[in-house]
Design a binder for this molecule. Structure first.
Ligand code: GCU
Length: 412
């Protein structure tokens, strides 16, 4: 790779050199805090999984409040969309369990003419539901949107001009063509992505800054809370196979997808796309983005306790492999991109590799390979890995890997 490509892959001043990765030791996901070896599936389920889940919740993402009972309402009669290829549903899901909002809007496309309930990929989007396809019937988001830093104004994509601007990342016509539904929620409906002192989004509904401590929920835990509410609604939707809902996310929302898969075993499969540090990449490698950088650039994503590990990754009593292992034995796919060194593709591969003993203990194949594959080759057993050629993004090639993997591991 040329020096230019390396520079464009992430900010300067961070390590992009494999030779400079320090020696590190990974905590064994199959050893309890008391030092006992986890000997079987029963012990994983009864002792170690709950212990590891509680540890990562307390030290990294923070504890979210319980979800309300589902209160949802169709915003329109299911309608033909995408030139007759899909049926579109728009659903309002309340955050309070009552008709009086606030809430979020879930947009769902199911393949037209499906013979039975279909598997659905559910993920949060970055710019509003109207950006996911060029379907003119989806309203432009009225929720919080990030500022356009250069112009000093609201992001122009939160206007009609943004319609379809993320369609390449969502590939709805391609997915419905392969028999999968796609469901998405704008993450800004759930919690604005800014360090706002917990004054807005769903944090505000649950006491805001009042009574918070180091283990109180950050934004990733809030987005996860919303995703789970989306799953509650999807499970009720005719035409959806609630036992085959795949949770997908890119980048910060890939970190979110991993946490959602960990806390909610109803997700039948998890896809982490370029999730990097704080996601699928081993933080102890200190390659690309670091824990300190995450905590300073995005102080609202994780809980306060996570700051203990800024410039101190060696002290983490867990790492990405532990987070990944919480999805076992359900299938999990990790995708990376060759130019996305900031997210440490090799660290993401190793996250999957070192989580694999948990799949094996539970009687399933883990990654099944020990060397990183060449680009564009999907590998794996119940843990999959795919390295796309190109930059930090989601493309049709990623979606092809998602659905090839899902076709193999998610039988009705
Ligand atoms: C930044 C951040 C990453 C994150 C990414 C994204 O690059 O450093 O941790 O994954 O934004 O969400 O796009």
């Amino acid at each position: 790779m040329s020096a230019g490509a390396v520079e464009s892959a992430g900010p300067p001043g961070f390590n992009y050199d494999e030779a400079a990765v320090p020696r590190y030791e990974l905590p064994d996901p199959l050893r309890t805090e008391g030092g006992e070896v986890v000997k079987d599936a029963e012990m994983w389920r009864a002792v170690r999984r709950p212990e590891l889940l509680a540890l990562i919740e307390r030290e990294m993402f923070g504890k979210a409040p319980a979800r309300p009972a589902l209160w949802s309402k169709a915003l329109e009669t299911p309608a033909e969309a995408l030139g007759g290829k899909a049926v579109r549903h728009r659903v309002f899901v309340s955050f309070t369990g009552k008709a009086e909002g606030p809430g979020m809007e879930m947009l769902v496309y199911l393949p037209a003419g499906a013979k039975g309930p279909v598997p659905v990929v559910l993920g949060l989007n970055f710019r509003g539901n109207h950006t996911v396809t060029d379907d003119p019937a989806v309203p432009v988001t009225a929720s919080w949107v990030p500022n356009d830093a250069k112009a000093g104004i609201k992001d122009h994509r939160a206007t009609e001009a943004g319609r379809g601007s993320e369609a390449g990342r969502w590939q709805v016509p391609y997915a419905v063509g392969r028999g999968y539904g796609v469901a998405t929620i704008y993450y800004g409906d759930i919690d604005p992505d800014e360090d706002d002192g917990w004054k807005n989004g769903v944090h505000a509904l649950h006491g805001g800054a009042e009574g918070r401590d180091g283990a109180s929920w950050g934004s990733i835990a809030a987005w996860t809370w919303g995703l789970r509410l989306g799953l509650d609604a999807l499970e009720q939707m005719p035409g959806v196979d609630g036992k085959r809902v795949i949770c997908q996310g890119h980048s910060r929302l890939g970190k979110t997808a991993l946490w959602a898969g960990a806390v909610d075993e109803r997700f039948a499969m998890v896809i982490s796309n370029d999730s990097g540090a704080g996601g699928a990449a081993l933080n102890k490698r200190i390659f690309g983005e670091t824990v300190g950088r995450l905590n300073t650039s995005f102080p609202h994503w994780f809980c306060g306790n996570f700051r203990k590990y800024s410039e101190n990754e060696g002290a983490m009593p867990f790492d990405a492999h532990s987070l990944i292992a919480l999805t076992a034995p359900r299938p999990l796919l990790i995708t990376s991109a060759t130019e996305d060194l900031w997210a440490d593709p090799k660290g993401e591969f190793l996250g999957g590799l070192h989580a694999s003993p948990v799949w094996r203990l539970l009687g399933a194949e883990g990654l099944g390979v020990s060397e990183m594959p060449e680009p564009m080759r999907l590998v794996g057993g119940r843990v999959g890995y795919f390295l796309r050629t190109g930059p930090h993004d989601v493309t049709q090639e990623d979606w092809k890997a998602y659905l090839d993997f899902a076709d193999r591991v998610l039988k009705p």
